[in-house]
Design a protein around this ligand. Sequence first.
Ligand SMILES: [Ca+2]
Ligand SMILES: [Ca+2]
Ligand SMILES: [Ca+2]
Length: 193
Amino acid sequence: MKVQKTILEIAAIQKLVRKEEKMKNKKLDALLMVALILCSFLCNFNIAFARTSSKIFSAPSVKSGETSRKTDTIEIASSNYSSIKGTRTYWYIDEFYHLSSGWVSSNSRTAVIRMYEDDEDPNADDLVKTYYWSFYGTRLIGIVDKIVTNDSGNIDSSGDNQVELYITLSVSAKKGDPSTATSKLFDCHFELD
Ligand SMILES: [Ca+2]
Ligand SMILES: [Ca+2]
Ligand SMILES: [Ca+2]
């Protein structure tokens, strides 16, 4: 009688354990499903919000202590927004080069790159962002010092998803610099959210 009771108790415990395991598996399945849904949502989000990149172009040549002429204007259109805010524009350096021979090597030289959005007369172009950079010897160091957003609002007409961007470059003077302009200091490109 006692033995039979013990067997029944063991069977009941085994049933309980199996039930708990089933519950655990169900919970794991549910968690896995949530993770999968979240992942596919994030992947889609990433694809939907892919940035547009412009072609790579060269820095303008510049004389010591002066501001360069503007580069060619580059048209770049967003596939995410119908109106473009200054905060949704980006400018990156792809390749760094040295100042032309004869220029003084200095770690206290600085460069300022201004990104503008071109507009038709009589509208003035918009100063969108300013990038402040330091030199290491005769080339820019790898990372920008400071980026200032000068215009965080719409930089073109509302409903116009294409902006027309260009940059200018200023390089601070060092005593002994030649009066000749630099050859290209970097290659760069724009991006747009
Ligand atoms: Ca424009
Ligand atoms: Ca504009
Ligand atoms: Ca436009």
